[in-house]
Every structure is written in structure tokens, then in C-alpha cells.
Write a protein that binds this ligand. Structure first.
Ligand code: UFG
Length: 326
């Protein structure tokens, strides 16, 4: 079976491409390299094109049986400041892909969704039965796409898996794959960069949240675990399983301060940090209830926070020449 991995030169898409290949799938990457990296797609056949390029999309779709869609902007803060960018890429370009799939008869679709669709959840841990009520444009864009998939399922017999990631983090043990964002805004790599003297102090966004230490709590999930879940979801759809929306998290939450402690443990160095006001669009606490993924996909996260921070640190040392030997 052949899979088109849209956004396969990105952080999670490139890892999923490797896991797909390991499981015997043929992989064709589709990426415009606007935020993806050539080094992450090395060793794969790549179609370098934009999602607005219907001719290229259609040609690529002729060659595959299923699509995994990773190509999206994913910064909560940026989406608040520049919603137009998020709706253009995550909604308009995404719909172009979805319609090209429909026209090409490719009806198995794995979608990178997010816990941001829940907004400020009614209950934590968050199960899939929580209402979707996103509080930032990024979450709105992802919820829209989930709804489009639901409508295409009912109307056209699409089979989809909306995989609601919690906080993706960590790097592959091989050292080939890790986070390479520019600018880097995510907590763990930002804290590691601060330790390494590659940026200024880490800013802790708010210590006045209703959590035990006042900082936000998140459920950090290793990128390898996430990638594995995609392959399980594809197998589920391929064996006739129904469309589904499931959380992908570990079920454990860590505060920003706890993350900084884990970074200090992994690196043996203090994280230079200062407290600043809250960042717009951040819910206080997001922890997954992942029972549904366990039941339906027989999937559960295998790696914990220590492994996430350690592999992220190894990756950073490898990709930052000035840190060699740290
Ligand atoms: N944080 C800081 N300082 C930083 C960066 C982050 O204090 O320099 C805090 C944030 O306020 C948040 C936590 O660390 O509480 C994690 O922030 P990230 O930016 O690493 O990740 P987000 O939680 O904002 O984003 C993640 C995913 C999104 C998903 C979102 C749901 O990347 O795809 O969770 O809110 F939508």
C-alpha cells in the first residue's frame, strides 16, 4: 500500500514517513519546504509542490491509496496575531487537498488534529466526548477540518482518523529526526536553547494559572509514539474500521516549572528563565484521556518525559555544531 505524506519534511511527518516505511508501506512525500527541511526528507521520493497546485496533487494522488496530512501551521500565539495565515493554510489549502482526494478516489485520510480543538476543557483528563470549543484561531482551523472530514464521510464515504495530538516533543533515537522550527517557540526546545546559550532567558508565560505551581500543565508525547499511532490508525481504516477521532497523549501532565526541572536534570545546567505575563490563547491544563486510542487502535505511549527531554537534548547537540561535546 502506498501513502502520500503531505508535510512529510516536517517534524512529525518525517517521523511518520520512517515508521510507515518500517511497516512496509510505500511512502511518497509531498511538501513545499516552506517550513519543512530537506534533511528530514532525505531518502524518500518527494514531490515539491504547494497544496494549491491541484495538477501536482492529482498526479501524486494517482499513485497512492491513502493520505496522511501533516502540513499545517501550528503556533497558537501566532494564530492569535495572524489568523488569516492559519485559515489560508490550515483551512483553504487543506480543503484543496481534501477535494483533490475526493476527485481522485483516495478516501482514506489520516489528519493531524490537536487538543486545541477542546479549548478550555470541561473536564481533565480530556476524553473525546468533551465538547469542541477552541479558544484560538489555530484550534478553530483544526476543528473546521475535522468537521469537513465528518461531512465528507457522511456524504461521500470518506474514511478518516482525526488524531488529536497533545504536546508533541522529543527526537528519534537515530538522531536523524527532531524538532527544527524557525523560530522555535515550543517549551522544551526553547528551554534547551536557553541552557545552551543559543537564545536569551526562557520566558515563563504566567505563574497565576489555577494549577498547583501556577504554571500551565501540558501532556507531552514523544514524536515516535505519535508516528506509531498514525500507522495503527491507517491499519484500522484499511481493515474496514469506521472513521474516528482520538486523543494521542500519555495521560500525564507536567507544569512549565516541572519541565524546566526535567531539562535541568537532563543537561546538568540551570535554565536561565524569567516570569512574564500569560500568553494569549493558552488554556491552563491539557491532559489526555487516551483510553479510546488504546481500545480502538491498541496504541499507548511508551516513552515518558525523561526520554523526551533526553532525546531532544541529544538532537539539539547534534544539530548545533557549537554544542558538540556538551
Ligand atoms: N511556554 C512558556 N514559555 C515558552 C514557551 C511555552 O512558558 O517560551 C508554555 C506555554 O505557555 C504552554 C507550555 O509552555 O503553557 C507549552 O507551550 P508550547 O508552545 O510548547 O506548546 P502549546 O501548548 O502552546 O502548543 C501545543 C501544540 C499545539 C496545540 C496546543 C494546544 O504545539 O499544536 O499545544 O494548546 F494546539
Amino acid at each position: 500500500m502506498a501513502v502520500l505524506v503531505v508535510g512529510g519534511a516536517g517534524y512529525i511527518g518525517s517521523q511518520a514517513s520512517r515508521v510507515l516505511r518500517k511497516h512496509g508501506y510505500e511512502v511518497l512525500i509531498y511538501d513545499n519546504f516552506s517550513t519543512g527541511h530537506r534533511r528530514l526528507a532525505q531518502g524518500f521520493e518527494v514531490v515539491e509542490a504547494d497544496l494549491s497546485n491541484t495538477a501536482q496533487l492529482t498526479a501524486a494522488l494517482q499513485r497512492v491509496d491513502a493520505v496522511m496530512h501533516f502540513a499545517a501551521h501550528a503556533y497558537v500565539g501566532e494564530s492569535v496575531e495572524n489568523p488569516r495565515k492559519y485559515f489560508r493554510n490550515n483551512v483553504e489549502a487543506g480543503l484543496n487537498l481534501l477535494n483533490a482526494c475526493l476527485d481522485s478516489g483516495v478516501k482514506r485520510f489520516i489528519f493531524s488534529s490537536t487538543c486545541a480543538v477542546y479549548g478550555v476543557p470541561e473536564r481533565v483528563p480530556i476524553s473525546e466526548s468533551n465538547g469542541r470549543n477552541p479558544v484560538n484561531p489555530y484550534g478553530v482551523s483544526k476543528m473546521f477540518f475535522e468537521r469537513a472530514l465528518e461531512a465528507y464521510d457522511r456524504a461521500y464515504g470518506f474514511r478518516y482518523a482525526s488524531l488529536r495530538y497533545f504536546n508533541a516533543a522529543g527526537a528519534d533515537d537515530s538522531g536523524e529526526i527532531g524538532e527544527l522550527h524557525d523560530p522555535e517557540t515550543h517549551l522544551i526546545p526553547s528551554a534547551l536553547l536557553a541552557v545552551a546559550g543559543q537564545r536569551g532567558e526562557l520566558e515563563i508565560f504566567g505563574t497565576d494559572y489555577p494549577t498547583p505551581d501556577g504554571t500551565c500543565i501540558r501532556d507531552y508525547i514523544h514524536v515516535n509514539d505519535l508516528a506509531e499511532a498514525h500507522v495503527r490508525a491507517l491499519a484500522h481504516l484499511s481493515s474496514g474500521g469506521n472513521s474516528l477521532a482520538v486523543n494521542l497523549g500519555t495521560g500525564h501532565g507536567y507544569s512549565v516549572k516541572e519541565i524546566l526541572t526535567a531539562v535541568e536534570k537532563a543537561t546538568g545546567k540551570a535554565v536561565p528563565a524569567k516570569v512574564v505575563p500569560r500568553r494569549a490563547g493558552d488554556p491552563p491544563e491539557l491532559i489526555a484521556d487516551s483510553k479510546q486510542a488504546e481500545t480502538i487502535l491498541q496504541w499507548r505511549a511508551t516513552r515518558g518525559l525523561e526520554n523526551i527531554v533526553q532525546t531532544a537534548w541529544e538532537w539539539m547537540k547534534r544539530t548545533t555544531p557549537s554544542l558538540a561535546g556538551s
